[in-house]
Design a protein around this ligand. Structure first.
Ligand code: PAF
Length: 274
């Protein structure tokens, strides 16, 4: 594995690769969820590039940019063992210049749910993902379904800008109790880890209702909110189609049920695709 930190080094390292490139962009603090993307990308491509870059433009004022977990040493080891060819770890200066041209999140889908709670977050996320996809030269890029809205917006960006890369959605990885893995889970303290399980439980409850024939979105969300009462703040529950349009009734095969709640310090997200 080669570790590269500048754009020139990346371009040079890519010249040694012949064949298809898979790409996994990350912000580091790698966990089993990232590893599942890396392993899948490893299998499906001749070569594999992973990036680790804590992108400042997708953090809002007052968010955890400075405190965001950084574990470079451990991450490098994980990538090396997983068979990554190029690990791209750029500096902020390598990625950004002053007064940049920016693309924005779409007016509706980019400003509901996460986009409403974190206005501007998706603009910065799309900005860096476009840069990273262009730099990687990958034919396939892998993203987790846990950030379902992020995934949908990236797929839309690729479509709207005729970018020559396939976006591969990958399943959510959970711990043995059902908590969806996230780098921000390290913020959970004391009983918060237990209370955080309410998110996946609320989704299980929703699934159970759907399996029992309930399709009314309001009824399902009311039941989810009961399960979520143990969290510190329910930010939203939402039931949308795969294009993120709100649904009145669940459509099997075209539905995503989402939840965001705060438990202690972190905002936690989870969802299930039905
Ligand atoms: O999901 C993430 O880790 C980040 O949003 C991403 C896609 C790497 C862009 O910074």
């Amino acid at each position: 594995m080669v570790i590269v930190r500048s754009i020139d080094e990346l371009q040079e390292a890519k010249q040694a690769l012949a064949g298809t490139i898979g790409f996994v962009p990350t912000m580091g603090a790698l966990h089993q969820g990232h590893l599942s993307l890396i392993q899948r990308a490893r299998k499906e491509n001749d070569h594999l590039i992973v990036s680790i870059f804590v992108n400042p433009t997708q953090f809002l004022e007052g968010e955890d940019l400075d405190a965001y977990p950084r574990k470079d040493k451990a991450d490098i080891k994980i990538c090396d063992i997983a068979g990554v060819d190029i690990l791209f770890m750029p500096s902020i200066e390598a990625m950004y210049e002053e007064d940049e041209l920016c693309i924005g999140a779409p007016a509706i889908r980019g400003y509901v749910l996460e986009g409403e709670k974190r206005p501007g977050h998706f603009d910065g996320m799309l900005q860096v993902v476009m840069k990273l996809l262009n730099l990687s030269g990958a034919s396939k890029a892998y993203f987790g379904k846990k950030d379902a809205q992020q995934l949908a917006l990236i797929a839309q960006m690729v479509k709207n800008y005729f970018m020559d890369v396939s976006i591969v959605p990958c399943d959510i990885v959970r711990d043995e109790k059902g908590l969806a893995l996230s780098s921000r889970n390290v913020y959970l303290e004391g009983d918060e880890k237990q209370r955080a399980l309410a998110l996946s439980r609320s989704l299980k409850k929703a699934t159970k209702l759907v399996m029992a024939g309930e399709v009314d979105v309001e009824t399902i969300q009311k039941e989810m909110r009961k399960v979520l009462e143990v969290t510190d703040e329910i930010e939203y529950t939402s039931i949308v189609d795969r294009a993120f349009k709100p649904l009145k009734t669940v459509e099997i095969g075209n539905t995503i049920i989402l939840v965001a709640a705060r438990v202690g310090k972190p905002r936690l997200l989870d969802n299930i695709w039905i």
